[in-house]
Structures are given as structure tokens and as C-alpha cells.
Ligand binder design. Sequence first.
Ligand SMILES: Nc1ncnc2c1ncn2[C@@H]1O[C@H](COP(=O)(O)OP(=O)(O)OP(=O)(O)O)[C@@H](O)[C@H]1O
Ligand SMILES: [Mg+2]
Length: 393
Amino acid sequence: MRIIFFAGKGGVGKTSVASATGIKAARAGNKTLVMSLDVAHSLADIFDLEKSLLDKNKGKPIQVGKNLWIQELDIQEEIEKNWGDIHKYLSTLLNTTGLDEILAEELAILPGMEEVSLLLYLNRYVRTRRFDVILLDCAPTGESLRFISIPTTLEWYIKKIFKMERTIARYARPVAKRLYNVPLPGEDYFDAIESLFERLQGVEGILVDPEPTTVRLVANPEKIVLKETQRAFMYFSLYKMNTDAIIMNRILPESVSDEYFEEWRNRQGEYIRQAEAYFSPIPIFPVDLFRGEILGKKRLASLADQIYGNKNPLGRFFDGKPYSLIKANGKYQLTIKLPFIQKNDVDLHKVTDELIVRIGAFKRHIPLPRQVAATTSVSARLDGTELTVLFEP
Ligand SMILES: Nc1ncnc2c1ncn2[C@@H]1O[C@H](COP(=O)(O)OP(=O)(O)OP(=O)(O)O)[C@@H](O)[C@H]1O
Ligand SMILES: [Mg+2]
């Protein structure tokens, strides 16, 4: 089993690179699924498929070649399947607040429902071993980070908030019914959340296990794109996901000698060198700007050849551990590889059994083992790209 996330800034070539990888993996005999995590689906377009084919298929995988499937979710279908009671409650709630019924139904599609639905699929495919390879075509960085944070956030919510909410609702329901028009969620709403959570069990383990799963970041040799790629790398590392390659897409080929592009070429060369310095030892795979858009299997196959050459596209090109926790001299030492941060960016808090790492607007709860949580003093040290957090009794 092999799972690869293709992530990066908007428009850099994630869908093209994921699809190209899919073509090469399928040709090597692996049952391969390319799955779109982006609400603005474009897989079908890249494979030059009729949109009606997708509509008929209601968000299930469609075979597009030998050993190759693509899947784009249909949120309406997913709501019916997975979100029935939750959606029903939310739309009733919005409806009682005076919203028109149709609008209320629309608004009751919460951000995250689509992502959770995808995680449910991923979990199921891994369990049933339906595919050998799952390639995930991510939404632009920000949204894909929300995606990978869902399992931890949900776990936190279920553990800390859910039971309390449920109990409060149980006691308050009869009173609230008399006092307010706004309905409190019923038991079926809570049951639905609980059952969703149960079906998600294990998915976080899949995401962070470097054995099946790695992330490939797609980038272009441009200043703003590189900045975002570095940030994405840091966040994926924080989520303990292993990045095994950077695909540097859209490099002007040597054969374009027109003077008009000279500045582009010089700048690109400079940014590629910078990227090598930043990401080393993670390998960078350069890819030329093609003559035209990359549509259809033939072009995708030549894109795959450019990216991987003779290499196996399913290889693990880098095997670094972004996290480690050891015990030395009676102290616990948590080491997190966080490239590109300055010490004053990092803010640490230990709250009972978790460590909260805050970097700018980003926050991550790191659950701590019981012995580590029992320590009282926390200090941090930054050596190059390694943040070492020391826990002392
Ligand atoms: N190496 C390349 N040469 C020429 N065109 C390319 C190359 N890579 C991607 N493209 C084209 O760039 C456009 C955007 O690519 P793609 O849809 O794969 O990007 P994306 O990162 O998935 O975008 P989004 O963030 O919108 O999902 C497409 O028209 C694609 O054909
Ligand atoms: Mg895309």
C-alpha cells in the first residue's frame, strides 16, 4: 500500500503531477486511485473526461484506464450518506432562525464535511485494500492543512467537549423547549457524530505513518510560491507527515533562448538554488514548462517521465523523521524538525497532558505521553532547524 499527498500553492501543478504519477503507477501494474481533495475538482478535465460521466457516477471512483481510477466527491451524496442527522439538525436550526429553507440547507454544509468524507473513504480503502496506491490531489496549502488537522481536532473535540455538550443538551432540552424556539440537538445528532468519529478511527495513524504515506510538495521557481512551499513543509512536519520530494514545476527549458525570457530564466535559476539549500536533503525533481497545457493521458505520461525518469514513482525519496521523543538523564526530549523558523516565532505551553506549539497564527496540540505530561518544567532550544523541547521533573 502506498499513499502520496500532492500539496502546494494554488495553480502550481498539483493535479497534473498527481495524475501523471497515477499514470506511471498504474502502468507498472498497481491498482491506482487518484482522489481529489479539492472542492474545485479538475481531475476529470485533466483526463479529458465528459463531466456527465462524473455526474452519473455520483462521486464514486471512475476507471480511466487499465489499473487507474479517479474519484471526485459529490458533497450532496456524501451528506445523504454520512451527514444525514447532523445536516438535518443544522438546517432546522438555521431555518428556525428565520432563514429560507433552501438557503438553510445549503448553509448547513459546514466547512470540513467534505474533508471528513474523504478521510472516511481513505480509511475504508486502506482497510479493505481496494487499491494498491492512493494519490491525493490536495486543495491549495491552507485548506489541505486544515484537512490533515481534522483527525487530531476531532479527537480533541470528542474527548474534551463532546461528552459535556451531550450531557448538557440532555438536561437542558426540556427546559429549552419551553423557553426558546431554537431547538437543541437531539440524541440522533450526537449519535451521528459519534458514529462518524468511530469510522474515522485509525485514519490519523495512516496519515503519519511514513511506511505507506508521504507528502510531495509541488512548487514553481518563484519567490512567493517558494515561501508558501516552505511554510507547507513546516506544517506537514508538525503534523508528523513525511515529505519525500519537492517537484519543481514549470522551469523554462534551455531551448527557449528568446531574450524576452532572460530575466525569468535568471530568477528561476536563483530560486532553484535557494530551494536546494532550504530543502536539502529532500530531493528536488525539476520539471520543464511544457509547450502547452497538460491535458490527456499522453501528455500526463510525458510529464511523469520528466518528473521521475527511470525512478519508481512510488519510492520513498527521503526518509527523515520530523519528530522524536527520547529520555536522557531523567529528562524527556522532544525533537521536532522545523525548518525556516526563528526562535522568537515559537511559543510553547504545556497544559495538563498536551503541549501547545504556536507558530504565528498556527497552533498545534501535541498529546504527551503520561510520564512526559507529569513533568513540570518545559524549556526549548533551537539548533538550526531542530526545535528541542526539554521536559524536566
Ligand atoms: N509543466 C507544465 N507545463 C505547462 N503547463 C503546466 C505544467 N504544469 C501544469 N501546467 C498547467 O497549469 C495549469 C494548472 O495546473 P494544475 O491544475 O495541475 O495546478 P493545481 O496546482 O492543481 O491548481 P489548483 O490549485 O487550482 O488545484 C493547468 O492548465 C496545467 O495544464
Ligand atoms: Mg488542482
